[in-house]
Structures are given as structure tokens and as C-alpha cells.
Write a protein that binds this ligand. Structure first.
Ligand SMILES: [Zn+2]
Ligand SMILES: [Zn+2]
Length: 115
């Protein structure tokens, strides 16, 4: 099952697990002399935070685990998507996987690749 909440877009690039993952986080806590009133709502991570798969121990950065969805075929992929602008309509930009670039150009010959 794909993730829809805290781990939205996350998948291990090696074993394809959807988690859980060990992620290095930064947080601010309210610290008292006798301990903290720990509240996990403030957890934050960056694209380059350390991330490790609990299933296969593959480790890398958060961005290595994040997938993006191709706007054309709707496939979740670890590859970097290419942004294509539909020149006939200034407002539409779509992010597509490499398998779809050719298909998009066949469909929209006026399209332009934006990087
Ligand atoms: Zn894994
Ligand atoms: Zn695609």
C-alpha cells in the first residue's frame, strides 16, 4: 500500500518497501529541568536528512526515498521528472517520467521542456 500521510511519496529504492523508515529529524522541544513534554508534532526533516529502510537497511538521503508521480501515466517513480510546458496554453506545466516524454511530444507537438 502506498503512503498517504507522514510518509507520502516514500518508498525504499532498493526493496520497494513503503516503510517504516528511520529518518534523522530535527525538532524543538519544551525542556523542563525534570525532562521534556515531548510532542512529536514538531518533527521536521529535509531532503538531505539521513534516511534508512527498516526492511533492508538501505540508507541514503530522504530524497533517495521519495517518489514523484508522473502527470501522464500516473506512475510513482524514483527518477527525476522532466517538466514540460504546453506552449499552446501558458498555464499548463506537467511533470513526466522519461518513458512519457516522447508520448507527450507526439500528443502536444508545441510542448517545450523546462528544466
Ligand atoms: Zn528497503
Ligand atoms: Zn510517465
Amino acid at each position: 500500500m502506498t503512503n498517504t500521510n507522514c510518509l507520502k511519496g516514500f518508498q525504499c529504492p532498493k526493496c520497494k518497501s513503503f516503510g517504516p523508515f528511520r529518518i534523522e529529524v530535527t525538532t524543538t522541544i519544551l525542556m523542563y529541568d525534570d525532562g521534556s513534554d515531548y510532542d512529536h508534532d514538531g518533527l521536521e526533516w529535509e531532503e538531505d536528512s539521513y534516511c534508512e529502510c527498516n526492511e533492508c537497511d538501505f540508507h541514503g538521503m530522504v530524497k533517495d526515498f521519495q517518489t514523484s508521480q508522473c502527470s501522464w501515466c500516473r506512475k510513482e517513480t524514483h527518477e527525476k521528472l522532466t517538466t514540460i510546458k504546453n506552449a499552446t496554453d501558458d498555464l499548463s506545466y506537467i511533470d513526466v517520467c522519461k518513458d512519457c516524454i516522447g508520448v507527450v511530444f507526439k500528443d502536444i507537438p508545441e510542448a517545450k521542456i523546462i528544466d
